[in-house]
Ligand binder design. Sequence first.
Ligand SMILES: [Zn+2]
Length: 299
Amino acid sequence: MWTVGEEQEFRDDLIDAVIAHANSSDGMLSRNELGNFSYAGKDIRVIDVQGGIWNPGASWPFGDPLRATLSINTTLSGKYDDQEMHGGLWRYDYQSGSTEGKNSKMRKALELQLPLLWFRQQSAGSYVPYKVFIISDFPKERYCLIAPDLSLAVAAQSESAIERKYAERLMRQRLHQPAFRAQVISAYETKCAICALAHGSLLDAAHITPDREEASSTSVTNGLSLCKIHHTAYDINIVGIDPDYKVHIRDDILQEVDGPMLEHGIKEMNMRSLWIPPAKSKQPDRERLAERFAVFHNQ
Ligand SMILES: [Zn+2]
């Protein structure tokens, strides 16, 4: 029988593999892929066939059955009342019927502090995976609370208002970022808007109005799909994007002479047109771009 520590290691590794696989494309996985996920040479089911709570049973091909629920999922039109609660925590409702049965293995995850996968549906049939912990349970009210990190969840209950606010902010970010990434990267068809690089693992969803600012938003229109080089270059104002979707490279960089990355990867992008999603509702917000471009221009 696996020790709890061994099970935890196994879960950490499997969860990381699922998230890495999602991020090698647009950050989303279909229910089909999750029913047949290739891990350690085996094809395994990591999501329940139809319901929300997946407790692998007798057909589980790895050693002993898992002590606790492996995954939960939230659908867009679910009948359960899954919703964000105060403080960056998420409410996950019990499955109907007895508070025991399937639900009891969720309590096991709480008791043993074991991580589990949470699949949040983004669009028909597509789910964004998260690693989460169950941090409290309300059997009478028939729900539990989930969080992306145990120590942040503890800090979110702190007596110190500063500590509490900080933890809540980080948790909220951890919950919103993967969904934001999935929406942005899929809108841009898994390509960098500047150079068209099409490797999901090398793409980020950049914010136009930075995340730290009050006016920021998790709408896809505040996002740009950028490769990691162009994301960093945009964040530190080596690259600017004007409201007419033209790319600008900072003057001093254009004067610099260096290897092929600078020449082709950066300098050649000057005055190129940004590639934007065909759907108007997903195109970058021109006002946000203008505000951000002013910072680039005035530096
Ligand atoms: Zn790029």
